[in-house]
Ligand binder design. Structure first.
Ligand SMILES: NC(=O)c1ccc[n+]([C@@H]2O[C@H](COP(=O)([O-])OP(=O)(O)OC[C@H]3O[C@@H](n4cnc5c(N)ncnc54)[C@H](O)[C@@H]3O)[C@@H](O)[C@H]2O)c1
Length: 359
């Protein structure tokens, strides 16, 4: 096999993969599936894909090596497990699933099938973040001991608010804590090279009619005793910010933009003056070489800028066979997702810490 044949399941978020995969040499989207024929024909004609399916079973039986699962989170367990049982590798959209039990059933199916499963956490591939990851690997920030992230949006501005319906209501608004946690936590856990051991969470009160808090704050303790602080908010009257992160090490600090137009700033003790921040783009030699596969006019610092790299790496590890290791395996993916479930338990119990169960 010289190129992985990818099938795209779910063409909301999924449609963005067709554009990103067009830049990959290890992978090609050869089939698409959605229950809505309109979405199918639109994506098919836009990207010249001829194999289209409305029936998931027929799609699974088609000539594809791997499936990108981009259906609602409440359907991930069913779709991932059936795909693995049919002998397909799985690249799954975030989060892993809607409950701990579903996560554990996916993990069992991954083990049983021997196929690759990777969580498609695109925020781990944000361009400035990949520069930072390499800087941290080289030890320039010293020992990392603290990280933070904010995921802030305002559903009040959406046309249908407060009549949020469907899977988003079930997953986002019918729970306390941080149910959509992997964008915030994933990049930090990957950088720390650690899982989360326990979490405590408190909320600031609910919007009328919703269980979710307007805002909640999580304190996560890592396996080695380091600390991560997350803020999640679906309802806050302010401009969105999905990609605020900060990382503190013994020799330096990184802070992502708080407001649009701001820079990704870094301070390295010994290299920079005590009160000086520098733009992380001054360190672009730390960007992995694979970024060269993205044409200069398509390079972006946004949350999806690294999606082609994510797809390319997933496909590469399939081509490498048994040797190939995915970047974000089921154990990490479930640890991140389960921290979200445990944050709800903590928020409902006065903020006391809850251990995050391991598989
Ligand atoms: N990584 C990111 O930045 C990002 C952004 C948005 C959404 N997501 C994730 O992507 C996934 C989908 O989110 P979305 O916003 O596209 O949701 P959506 O509801 O807008 O779209 C889901 C699509 O799946 C299709 N679908 C539903 N059931 C199906 C079935 N049984 N078989 C085939 N197709 C089916 C729907 O028709 C629809 O086109 C979720 O897991 C979400 O968390 C990730």
């Amino acid at each position: 096999m010289s190129q992985v044949k990818l099938g795209m399941l779910g063409l909301g978020r999924g449609a963005t993969y067709a554009k990103a995969a067009a830049l990959c040499k290890n992978a090609k989207i050869t089939a698409i599936c959605d229950i809505l024929p309109d979405k199918l024909s639109k994506t098919a004609s836009q990207y010249g894909i001829t194999a289209t399916y409305t029936d998931f079973g027929e799609f699974l039986g088609s000539d594809i090596d791997a499936i990108v699962v981009a259906t609602p989170i409440t359907l991930h367990a069913d779709h991932c497990i059936k795909a693995l049982e049919a002998g397909k590798h799985v690249l799954s959209e975030v989060t892993v699933a809607a409950s701990l039990d579903e996560c554990s059933r996916i993990a069992d199916a991954v083990k049983k099938s021997g196929k690759k499963y990777m969580l498609a956490e695109n925020y781990c591939y944000i361009r400035p973040w990949m520069i930072l990851s390499n800087i941290v690997k080289q030890g320039l920030l010293g020992e990392i001991y603290y990280g933070e992230s904010d995921y802030l949006m305002d559903f009040q501005l959406r046309a249908d608010f407060p009549n949020v319906s469907g899977w988003r209501k079930k997953v986002y608004f019918d729970h306390k804590g941080h149910p959509y946690i992997t964008h915030s936590l994933g990049p930090l856990c990957q950088l720390f090279g650690e899982k989360i051991q326990s979490v405590s969470c408190m909320g600031a009160g609910s919007y009328p009619g919703f269980k979710a808090d307007n805002t909640c704050v999580l304190l996560c303790r890592t396996e080695k005793g380091n600390l991560i602080r997350l803020r999640n908010s679906f309802i806050s009257a302010r401009p969105d910010n999905f990609t605020y992160y900060s990382v503190q090490g013994t020799k330096g600090c990184y802070e992502a933009p708080r407001v649009s137009g701001d820079i990704h700033r870094i301070h390295i003790r010994g290299m920079h003056k005590p009160n000086e921040w520098h733009d992380i783009n001054e360190f672009s030699e730390y960007l992995p070489d694979e970024w060269k596969m993205i044409p200069a006019d398509k390079v972006s610092d946004g949350y999806d800028g690294g999606l082609p790299i994510l797809i390319e790496r997933f496909a590469k590890c399939i081509l490498e066979g048994e040797e190939g290791k995915v970047d974000i395996d089921i154990n990490d993916a479930v640890n991140w997702t389960a921290t979200g479930f445990m944050s709800e338990a903590s928020a409902e119990n006065g903020g006391i810490p809850f251990n995050v169960p391991s598989l």
